[in-house]
Write a protein that binds this ligand. Structure first.
Ligand SMILES: [Zn+2]
Length: 170
């Protein structure tokens, strides 16, 4: 969406970035020139951790009444959207972090996402969730996207394929 871990696309001069560490400070910036090359998947992710959803996926979410979801149009890729969850935050743990920047209050790297299951006593209610921590390095940090078991079943029922799934059990 905006470049690599270390370097933003030079033409994106207006991406907000930290004056001290140089990494971006807006991880939900939409690149107006973004072109999606692989349009086979209904939900995919860019290298810098931005989820891209198809119109079919957006319509699925509205039909099932899922709230707290943001779909931002991509000017150069019609019928696909930058997708993220608002709120519905779940506590996560990490294995390792390094280089805290006191100016933007972000770590350069946060590695090894694991859900903190201590306070989770029952399956998540139907819907979409996100981790409280943002993982990966440099310009590529993003929260983990989590779907409830029921939501996952609904996605399967609607024949969404190639969903990168990792089941979490307590
Ligand atoms: Zn910084």
């Amino acid at each position: 969406m905006t470049g690599s871990c270390d370097k933003l696309f030079p033409y994106l001069e207006d991406v907000p970035r930290c004056v001290v560490c140089g990494y971006r400070t807006d991880y939900r910036y939409t690149n107006p020139s973004f072109l999606l090359k692989n349009k086979i998947r209904d939900l995919s992710s860019t290298y810098d951790g931005i989820y891209i959803a198809s119109l079919k996926f957006k319509e699925f979410c509205s039909r099932y009444g899922y709230k707290n979801l943001v779909f931002k149009p991509l000017p150069k890729t019609p019928n696909f959207f930058q997708f993220y969850v608002e709120g519905n935050v779940i506590e996560y743990k990490f294995n390792f972090n390094e280089n805290f920047c006191s100016a933007c209050e972000m770590y350069e790297s946060v590695i090894g996402p694991t859900m903190n299951l201590d306070h989770i006593t029952e399956p998540l209610k139907d819907g979409f969730y996100q981790s409280d921590l943002w993982f990966a390095s440099g310009n590529e940090k993003s929260p983990v996207l989590i779907v409830a078991p029921k939501t996952f079943q609904n996605l399967k029922t609607e024949k969404f394929k190639d969903l990168c799934e990792k089941q979490i059990e307590k």
